[in-house]
Design a protein around this ligand. Structure first.
Ligand code: PLP
Length: 416
């Protein structure tokens, strides 16, 4: 597997002073851009053999053998009865939402990728944005209860960055208030909660296998559920409602995963341990390399659980670091480290939600604060230890020189 072994690093010593920063005109630390979410790719020969095979077979889509095998393997590895593969995670959310009969209002976090909200609004269901807990970045369940109205039909919890929601609290609320419970587990393939794999909770959970995700199928997704009737309905819905060659028994759309996507997924599944190993090593390197920098707090994973370590996220407390999150992102971008502000500014500040619900921020104080403080750093199989050490050194240098940085950047035009 291709590992980044410092190949892209510009030669010479690490940056030692503020004048060495690329934002002030010095050469960038890396010749090529380092991206968040560079795809994890398994064994190329195995993938190409599968692609040759499916071309020989001339079975490219419509529940082919690779799709069936991929569904079986995912279901088995997560200990869930049904895995229904999809063309992407957004369609998986839309179909699951519809199959669960959600209407009216559904409670969701705003601190998520906008697809969680769009999947509802696309179907004219109102996403009601609920605040999160500052420690976990997932639903504040006491707030969830307060957002329920007579129009509420469901709750969608998001296992953000693969860190599980408070599943027990949400399950209790859903049961007591007779609501459907769906989890957006787009980030959480291979993660567990209290020893049980994500995928086993709620009425259903959805996965994304987008290229940037821990396990990818180029584009792809899945719905996971233990409910036979729901699984059958979802299978019909994702294939135009066809139950036989020419018998349509239900309204449906096209949510099918292709054979080539499943071939990619099966190949990736064979390298899961390598992907986790690389991510885990990177996470530990960042955690150690950033320790002691004032105001920079890596978001930690619970190491007693299974975890994919796919996201390296920092929370920046400007009062302690002396440098704001956005300035650090500018400094990193200048060095060709394309850090991302996931999930800034929060779905409630994006269209159509910011126009429809201009006051949503009033009930989202934690979301509003955290969207201004987080940044994600490159990890995965295409970045090496030297590169991570250099990224940490750049952050350390920026914070150590916060006053000088601030003063000089006052004169530099903002990059975004
Ligand atoms: C939390 C979350 N939900 C849903 C999605 C949508 O998945 P997809 O891109 O596969 O449609 C994504 C990511 O892309 C995501 O991060």
């Amino acid at each position: 597997m291709a590992q980044g072994r410092g190949k892209r690093r510009n030669g010479g010593a690490m940056k030692g002073g503020i004048d060495d920063l690329a934002i002030f005109g010095a050469p960038p630390a890396f010749r090529e851009k380092l991206y968040v979410g560079r795809p994890n790719i398994g064994d190329r020969e195995r993938l190409l053999a599968r692609i040759n095979d499916l071309i020989d077979r001339k079975w490219l889509t419509n529940n082919g053998p690779y799709v069936q095998e991929f569904e079986r393997r995912v279901a088995d590895s997560l200990g869930v009865k049904h895995c229904i593969s999809m063309c992407n995670g957004t369609v998986a959310l839309e179909i699951a939402t519809r199959a669960l009969g959600l209407t009216g209002e559904v409670i969701v976090p705003s601190f998520t990728f906008v697809a969680t909200a769009h999947a509802l609004q696309w179907q004219e269901i109102t996403p009601v944005f609920c605040d999160i807990q500052p420690e976990t970045f997932t639903f504040a369940h006491a707030r969830v209860e307060e957002m329920i109205t007579p129009r509420t039909t469901g709750i969608i919890g998001v296992h953000l960055w693969g860190r599980p929601c408070d599943v027990e609290a949400l399950t209790g609320i859903a049961r007591r208030r007779r609501l459907r419970l769906l989890f957006d587990a787009a980030h959480a393939f291979g993660c567990s909660h209290q020893g049980r794999m994500i995928g086993q909770f709620g009425d259903a959970e959805i996965l994304s296998f987008h290229a940037t995700k821990f396990l990818n199928t180029f584009e792809g997704g899945a719905v996971l559920t233990g409910d036979d009737a729901l699984a059958r309905k979802i299978r019909l819905m994702k294939n135009f409602g066809f139950s036989g060659y020419d018998d349509v028994v239900y309204i449906g759309i096209n949510g099918k995963m292709s054979e080539v996507a499943a071939a990619m997924g099966l190949t990736g599944l064979e390298s899961i341990d390598d992907f986790i190993g690389a991510n885990r090593r990177n996470y530990a390197l960042y955690r150690d390399g950033l320790s002691g920098i004032p105001g920079i707090r890596p978001v930690l994973y619970d190491e007693r659980e299974r975890c994919n370590y796919q996201y390296v996220v920092l929370e920046v407390d400007e009062a302690s670091s002396g440098v704001g999150r956005d300035t650090l992102v500018d400094v990193l971008h200048a060095e060709n480290v394309i850090a991302r502000r996931y999930f800034h500014p929060g779905a409630h500040r994006m269209e159509p939600y910011r126009s429809c619900f201009p006051h949503a921020g009033l009930v989202l104080p934690v979301t509003e604060r955290l969207t201004r403080r987080v940044l994600s750093l490159p990890t995965g199989t295409s970045i090496g230890a030297d590169e991570i050490r250099e990224i940490c050194a750049i952050l350390r240098l920026a914070v150590a020189n916060a006053p000088g940085l601030g003063a000089r950047l006052g004169a530099v035009p903002p990059s975004r």
